[in-house]
Write a protein that binds this ligand. Sequence first.
Ligand code: ARG
Length: 595
Amino acid sequence: MASVPSLAATVHQRVANALSAALPEAGSADPLLRRSDRADFQANGLLALAKKLKGNPRELAAQVVGVLDGTAEGAERPADDVVQDVEVSGPGFLNITLSDQAIVRTLAARAADARLGVPYAEHPGTTVIDYAQPNVAKEMHVGHLRSAVIGDAVVRILEFSGEQVVRRHHIGDWGTQFGMLIQYLIEHPHELDHGGEGEVSGEEAMSNLGRLYKASRVLFDSDEEFKARSRDRVVALQAGDEETLALWQRFVDESKIYFYSVFDKLDMEIRDPDVVGESGYNDMLDETCRLLEESGVAVRSEGALCVFFDEFKGPDGKPTPLIVRKSNGGYGYAATDLSAIRDRVHNLKANTLLYVVDARQSLHFRMVFETARRAGWLGDDVRAEQLAFGTVLGKDGKPFKTREGETVRLVDLLDEAVDRAAVVVREKAQDLTEEEIAERAAQVGIGAIKYADLSTSAARDYKFDLDQMVSLNGDTSVYLQYAYARIQSILRKAGDTRPAAHPELTLAPAERALGLHLDQFAETLAEVAEAYEPHKLAAYLYQLASHYTTFYSECPVLKADSPAQVENRLFLCDLTARTLHQGMALLGIRTPERL
Ligand code: ARG
């Protein structure tokens, strides 16, 4: 089905046409239409126009009103006009009120579409998105939470808009620390054995890795000979020695068991072929460096291969170079990211490269992008952007740490959120079984964490406050989930009475407000997808739930005045629920049918 133009778009067109009919000398001026408290919409464009035409804004506005309401000569009002009333206000604004009929008709067209009238992007392309990138043999912490949650939402939003999305989980699976880990495993061969008792859990996998990491670290720091053997092991790993690689693979596999268990808890689908970590670019590193050196983009400096920039300086005022190859011949983070760009642009045919990564890595990405531009790997036709996110803070406003000053384990946070949610769900539960309470608690608890992360703009830091996150009042996912569940309960109670739009009815103010907000869904999504701003979708959904709450308290649904009004209100309920459900799904949050 073709997309349904929003009321806002229709009114915009109508006013723009009236403008050029009333004031042909104005050309195609923008009426500058926005939602307003006074009327449904306000057009402010006449002020600037009057200045340009050296006319009186109120007089010009009156001429436009004449065209809109059909009183001007030759003007004709369409039979099913969306505009019911228009008047001049203030210095020359137009206050525009829509007809109830137009509101209900437009919403009915939206409701008839499975996509709720949301069009596909006009020019979809291919976006490669780099997100959810934990590190092998290390615990996941809150920073990894943000990348995963924001990235997952952006993937869903872009895919819904019709964009081709390629996911890349650039996990940290390479580096000198593996020399130490592998060497330790060679010398303590049974440390990663699972005793043939079937699959290990994610928790066990991580605890094995953690134990091994600590033990090998201790040895590395205290035993010079072990340290030397570890260094040789790095060389063997980089040379592709088979035995060494096989042991490295065991660390990766064990870590994946753990990662997948965490992503599972997060109710997030991560697919194995999309996990292409740092090691995935090993074969390209030599060539990447050769090309950079040949083209003169990188130069040797004190034995290292570096790219210099005038614009990026360190705290000491000296230019900070991007080190592509260290003086000992080793490759680091930059070489991998540059190789990944080549792969993503040339092989994956990306038009957009998106990196959902901590803001503290911004300098790295600016240098990497600039280098890739100089090398010609990133042309003008490719957009490269870091969707940089801020830090998760504790209640004290400092970076989130345990009381002992350690980084907080992500799984502990998730488990605690689910426990808290269970309390909230149980309090309200009327006809839920224990099993249902547990299932809802996971949906509410994980939803709460995701929503708290997604409802502030990514760039900002936010405080991790579970009390606030699972609160029933305020801007939380639980509030939205309850609004949804309450609607479902009304729809169930309605029995055989089905939602149906009745454009002939007069709407109450709360119905109009709800309807006009529902009308904005597609436009909000387009904006959200364009600028990668899930927080604007969260804000939209929160306002939707708030409008619904007002509607619900002012407009009886099942006890409305007439059967037609019951159906029409059920229709508004149903469209609200579907919009909430769709919007929350795009944020990666569940909306249980009962709570
Ligand atoms: N693994 C890194 C970390 O934990 C994030 C990787 C970001 N992506 C990239 N292409 N550099 O900080």
